[in-house]
Design a protein around this ligand. Structure first.
Ligand code: GLN
Length: 541
């Protein structure tokens, strides 16, 4: 039986209400009161994990230290709580069925008809309770993806219903997140969609303990009363979640509404002391009172959907606050860039980031962006594919290997300066087969990367199949692009930088996946610092 207390967060009315942010904010408040908390996400789709999804489908794929390809909400959990998540923190319908079907083939249910109830729901509940049983957590928050009433979430909702009885009173609560729309023409906030959503939850046998209501306008008392009456909750369990300037305000807004106190009362946990949010408030103070401002170009191919680059965007928020600098991101589709217009497009920017990605679409524009940053000595930061583009551009334009490329985009290139990793050559399956998760990297003393981190041993997260081709290493070094970070076991080049440039760094790994409010990622912090310096010299130059 689970030893931790469990909070299940469900959603209704519409998707995208921010269950992940509410869960992370509540977890932050509980953590700030001294509880050990983790958050897990259960996604009703059938993919085993989001690793095989196009970012347009589901936003960024977030990678954990232990190499799980997960939902982007796990990024919020880590950024808010400053503790790593793992394989166990993201479970999908695909994973559940996969486990059940494997067990069936192994004969575990011999003689039985394998059914959604109880076999699938039992498997879901086993996964619900797993992290709580490690003894590491006082409280586990489980976010159920999608909306109540969706066909595909039915088994999850049924498992939540059963979990209340398995866990017993005082160990289980359900928080239901809904939307209170504002009808402009009537000048009114409407509670009906929430009433219907709660009704749907009740039909599934779940009485919510707390309602969190997303709204653009404050909820007056009569609306709260009405919600309490129709939804069977205490009026002080109707929590307003008003639109915020930044997601990092939400823990404080939830504190104001006493969400944490309501939760602790219902779970029969002590809440005498106030949560200690001093550091969080310091961060917000820096974020909201910038003393400078920079424009950074984010050159990528999924720019129509900023969620595709969620962790990069949030890393800029953390790095901006650290520098007390407002970071304006310019979203540049690499497909629109060419030799003729590059100057016009990139001139307003104090720093250029070339984003991660897959496939050949938009590559020529990315190479042009690298060249522009290199030649004009504009701070440059390349991540994963962005680093690979920096290597290709250098080979083509500095080493004179005009046909140099990555074997990913041009399998026939005579100079594969970026080549497929040896261990990837025999892999044909697509799901979960990249080089994933945290690997150590040793930074060269005296390099820019070393000075950024202030130490020579780091570990960062990865998601790639291709790598720098060490056959060309000497040529690159001689011409001024140095491998300043290398995997100590394999020699794989993890970081490249230009000697003769104020700030030009490319990383094979994804530093954005480890940036948190409490620990802003150093490369982002120093990149923004370099952008501020660049802007200052340009203004004075
Ligand atoms: N497509 C490149 C590779 O597989 C880069 C991946 C990435 O940017 N995450 O190596």
């Amino acid at each position: 039986m689970a030893s931790a207390k469990h909070i299940f967060v469900t959603g209704g009315v519409t998707s995208s209400l921010g269950k992940g942010i509410i869960s992370a904010s509540l977890a932050k408040l509980l953590q700030a009161r001294g509880f050990s908390v983790t958050i897990q996400k259960f996604d009703p789709y059938i993919n085993i994990d989001p690793g095989t999804l196009n970012p347009y489908e589901h936003g960024e794929c977030y990678v954990t230290d232990d190499g799980a390809e997960t939902d982007l909400d796990l990024g919020h959990y880590e950024r808010f709580l400053n503790i790593p998540t793992s394989q166990g923190n993201n479970v999908t319908t695909g994973k559940i069925y996969h486990n059940v079907i494997t067990k069936e083939r192994q004969g575990e249910y011999l003689g039985k008809t394998v059914q959604v109830v109880p076999h699938i729901t039992d498997e879901i509940k086993r996964s619900f309770f797993k992290l709580g049983e490690t003894g590491k957590y006082d409280i586990v928050i489980t976010e159920i993806g999608g909306c109540v009433g969706d066909i595909e979430s039915l088994p999850f909702i049924e498992a939540v219903r059963q979990a209340r009885w398995d866990l017993g009173p005082n160990n289980f609560i359900n928080i239901h997140l809904t939307l209170i729309p504002y009808l402009k023409s009537a000048g009114e906030l409407k509670t009906k969609p929430t009433q219907h959503s709660v009704k749907q939850l009740l039909e599934s046998g779940i009485q919510p303990d707390i309602l969190v209501c997303r709204t653009e306008h404050h909820l007056p008392n009569d609306i709260r009363k009405k919600l309490a009456l129709f939804c069977n909750v205490n009026i002080n369990s109707v929590i307003e979640s008003i639109d915020a300037d930044t997601i990092y305000d939400v823990p404080l807004l939830m504190r104001k509404e006493k969400l944490d106190e309501r939760v602790l009362t219902k779970l029969k946990l002590p809440h005498k002391t106030e949560p200690n949010l001093n550091k969080w408030k310091d961060f917000l103070g820096r974020l909201k009172n910038p003393t400078s401002e920079v424009n950074v170009a984010l050159v990528g191919k999924y720019v129509e959907l900023p969620d595709s680059y969620k962790s990069i965007v949030e890393s800029f928020v953390h790095a901006g606050a650290e520098n007390e600098c407002k970071v304006n991101i310019g979203w540049i589709s690499s497909e629109t860039i060419n030799k003729e217009n590059i100057e016009n497009i990139l001139a307003p920017y104090d720093g250029i980031l070339v984003a991660p990605g897959f496939g050949e679409r938009g590559i020529p524009g990315k190479l042009e962006a690298v060249r522009y940053a290199r030649e004009n000595k504009i701070p440059f930061f390349g991540i994963c594919l962005g680093m690979q583009c920096a290597v290709i551009e250098f080979a083509q334009n500095v080493l004179g290997l005009t046909k140099a490329h990555s074997a990913e985009m041009d399998p026939k290139t005579p100079h594969a300066v970026i080549d497929i990793m040896e261990e990837q050559k025999t892999i044909t399956m697509k799901g979960g087969t990249m080089r994933l998760g945290s690997y150590p990297c040793e930074l060269k003393k005296g390099s820019k990367a070393y000075s950024v981190y202030g130490r020579n041993k780091v570990a960062e997260r990865h998601r790639h199949r291709y790598e720098f081709n060490n056959k060309y290493l000497e040529d690159f070094e001689k011409a001024g692009m140095i491998p300043s970070g290398v995997n100590p076991a394999t020699g794989l080049v993890e970081v490249v930088e230009l000697k003769d440039h104020p700030w030009f760094i490319g990383t094979q790994y994804h530093p954005e996946l480890k940036s948190t409010v409490m620990n802003p990622q150093p490369l982002f912090v120093k990149f923004i610092k370099a952008a501020i310096e660049h802007k200052t010299t340009m203004n004075h130059g």
